[in-house]
Design a protein around this ligand. Structure first.
Ligand SMILES: Cc1cc2nc3c(=O)[nH]c(=O)nc-3n(C[C@H](O)[C@H](O)[C@H](O)COP(=O)(O)OP(=O)(O)OC[C@H]3O[C@@H](n4cnc5c(N)ncnc54)[C@H](O)[C@@H]3O)c2cc1C
Length: 395
């Protein structure tokens, strides 16, 4: 019997939508199953991405709310490093609208959206047998784009993320800040082992932080951002919280993102930049490789593990090395004391180094700047030892 679909994509986030869009465009029967009724809700994201995201999803430009050209970066003691040029470095999006526009594109290309239904089981028979409510859908191939806590990943027997970051954020009104810069705060008192942010989107600013600790601790630190004594607190003193969100970020690349008749992509596969927690750009890049492999497998009539192995090869060759390096940079940074972070700030604060940061700095490829800074400032090598100790395992 012919399966109901060629491909079922589980998860209607941006990565699931973009994977489905690319496969449907090639003429295959694709269904996207999303547990929430409304695509893009609830939002669990600060919504900052680089302009190059729109090289892939140009049609989603109407979701752009603001553009930023630089950042004010605050050290643990409150010293400010202002970086930036006239070049737009990042776009701030309405994340809900962004996800919807990608899903609309997928549906325009012929994908079917089944929303408001959760996939609760997977059996590999002659086809992938996917339990959705009291129904079983059959598909030649299943793609797990079901986020950080992916079930499809477990059901396919693939590796879990090495660890998670917990994030908490809020939309805040009544705060004045430069509209073309983000503020970033480092320090063990504000956001141990990661950073806190303020992102301008006009009248509303997005404030948040991530940490390796549990959600309760992250919330406690979020509240500390408003307490006096830090530059963040001074800026946020009259702020009124309008909406909050929480979420998790998976880190640690799995050694395998494919199995017999299945692949995982996006947060489900930890396709995330560990330096910033950003998963939209790497997720969309990997979605294209995932879709390409799916198309080739369906055209060849072979969805075996051996055939799908090409997916791993292609995304690793393109962006995998950068994602591995990002994990190493994150681990080194997370291991520094406040004094050491201050030391690094001092080393990179001179005009020439700032010029390098402004020229080479790229949120999607932070390792490029890392190497340039190491070459420019040999004193940074004392921290590079840790970098090598973590090795190139990517976990
Ligand atoms: C606090 C925070 C801030 C962030 N800020 C940024 C940022 O500024 N920039 C950036 O690039 N990234 C950011 N990220 C990361 C970004 O949100 C993710 O990388 C991105 O959403 C990954 O997309 P995805 O499609 O892989 O997964 P998701 O967006 O998580 O989508 C997965 C979908 O699958 C659905 N699903 C799960 N299980 C099932 C099931 N069994 N059946 C049916 N549906 C299911 C879920 O409901 C969800 O809709 C942030 C994350 C957090 C937590």
């Amino acid at each position: 019997m012919t399966p109901d679909y060629d491909v079922v994509v589980v998860g209607g986030g941006p990565v699931g939508g973009w994977t489905a869009s690319n496969i449907a465009k090639a003429g295959f029967r694709v269904a996207v199953i999303e547990e929430h009724q409304q695509i893009g809700e609830p939002v669990q994201c600060a919504g900052i991405i680089t302009p190059r995201v729109f090289d892939m999803v140009d049609f989603a430009r109407p979701s752009i709310l603001n553009e930023v050209k630089g950042a004010n970066i605050f050290s643990p003691s409150g010293n400010k490093l202002a970086i930036g040029t006239d070049r737009v470095q990042a776009k701030i999006i309405d994340r809900s609208k962004f996800d919807c526009m990608i899903m609309d594109q997928a549906m325009n290309n012929g994908a079917e959206l089944i929303s408001g239904h959760r996939v609760s089981g997977l059996v590999m028979g002659e086809a992938c047998e996917i339990t959705v409510g009291d129904k079983t859908l059959k598909s030649k191939l299943i793609i797990g784009a079901d986020g950080a806590k992916s079930n499809i990943r477990s059901w396919l027997g693939l590796e879990e993320p090495a660890y998670y970051l917990n994030g908490f954020g809020a939309d805040i009104e009544n705060v004045q800040m430069e509209q073309d810069k983000v503020n970033i705060f480092f320090g063990s008192q504000l956001a141990p082992n990661f950073f806190a942010w303020m992102i301008p989107t006009g009248d509303v600013i997005r404030v948040g932080l991530c940490m390796r600790e549990g959600q309760d601790t992250v919330y406690r630190y979020f509240k500390k951002l408003f307490e006096s004594g830090s530059p963040a607190a001074t800026m946020l003193k009259d702020g009124q919280v309008k909406k909050t969100y929480a979420g998790i970020i998976p880190l640690g690349l799995p050694s395998k993102t494919y199995a017999d008749r299945g692949m995982i992509v996006g947060d489900a596969a930890s396709h995330v930049k560990a330096t910033s927690g950003g998963g939209i750009y790497p997720g969309l890049v990997c979605a294209q490789f995932c879709a390409q492999t799916a198309i080739e497998a369906l055209e060849a009539g072979d969805t075996s593990e051996k055939m799908l192995a090409n997916y791993q090869k292609t995304w690793m060759k393109d962006i995998g090395d950068e994602l591995k390096k990002d994990i190493m940079i994150h681990k080194v940074f997370a291991s520094l004391t406040d004094e050491q972070v201050e030391d690094v700030f001092n080393m990179v604060s001179d005009e020439e180094t700032l010029a390098i940061i402004n020229k080479v700095g790229d949120i999607d490829y932070p390792s490029r700047l890392g190497w340039m800074l190491l070459k420019r400032e040999p004193k940074l090598l004392k921290y590079a030892g840790k970098f090598l100790r973590y090795g190139l395992r990517g976990r």
